[in-house]
Design a protein around this ligand. Structure first.
Ligand SMILES: [Zn+2]
Ligand SMILES: [Zn+2]
Length: 238
């Protein structure tokens, strides 16, 4: 398989994860698309990293009013159309190679923070088994695997989704938290691996915070020391 893979790399040259243009040299993204990206590194919530509308505040309303269970989290990009295309292709159209660009971007923005947080182990957000069979892969696990090649961290799929969640649209935010809480659990077989560890959760997008927060909660309940998270993209907070 390895030999076949390197032949494919030559036959199919690397393309821009956003517009699909063939890339020269060892670039990960074309210059035009690079100019369309917005980094989530200014005026962000000190706790979850969301970009704040109100420039005078330092924390978003969700973090201020909810128990979030994670220590701290950050995202690389603001979720605009450019990054949305790359993420949708990655998640739904089998563009797994986009993970290289995402992992590299995470390292450029947050390598220092990952070492500051003293991360022992990286854990991807799981997808439901049914989706895994349909799609063939968990995008967060593909991203985690690429990130670990660069960061030299260990990773394991310590979280599992155990039951089907109700459609999110029909639920209030509070219900979403409860809904997901039932759905994401720690894999019993991984308990020894995660005990007393500092865990970094990886996901593609940070939206309501419900998924990351409920995952953090079950990890803490299973003996994890601290939970942090990084996602590729984030939305605007209040
Ligand atoms: Zn491009
Ligand atoms: Zn926040």
């Amino acid at each position: 398989m390895k030999g076949l893979k390197s032949i494919l790399d030559i036959v199919y040259p690397r393309t821009c994860p956003i517009c699909g243009k063939t890339l020269s040299d060892d670039k990960l993204i074309c210059d035009v698309c690079n100019g369309r990206l917005v980094y989530a590194n200014k005026n962000t919530c000190i706790h979850c990293g969301k970009i704040l509308k109100d420039r005078a505040s330092t924390i978003c309303k969700f973090c201020e009013t909810s128990e979030t269970y994670f220590e701290e989290g950050r995202s690389v990009f603001y979720y605009n159309d450019a990054i949305k295309n790359a993420l949708m292709d990655f998640k739904y159209h089998n563009r797994r190679e986009n993970a290289k660009f995402f992992a590299e971007s995470i390292m450029q923005s947050y390598a220092d923070r990952i070492s500051l947080w003293n991360i022992d182990l990286i854990v991807p957000i799981p997808v439901h088994k049914k989706k895994l069979i349909e799609r063939g892969y968990n995008q967060a696990a593909v991203l985690t695997s690429e990130l670990c090649k660069l960061s030299k961290c260990d990773w394991t799929e310590a979280l599992i989704r155990v039951e089907k969640t109700k459609p999110q649209k029909e639920l209030t935010r509070l219900d979403r938290l409860n809904n997901l809480e039932k759905a994401i659990m720690v894999d019993d077989k991984k308990l020894n691996l995660i005990k007393d560890k500092n865990i970094l959760i990886i996901d593609d997008i940070y939206t309501t915070g419900a998924t990351v927060s409920s995952s953090s909660k079950v990890l803490l309940e299973s003996g994890v020391s601290k939970v942090f998270f990084i996602t590729v993209a984030t939305g605007m907070g209040n």
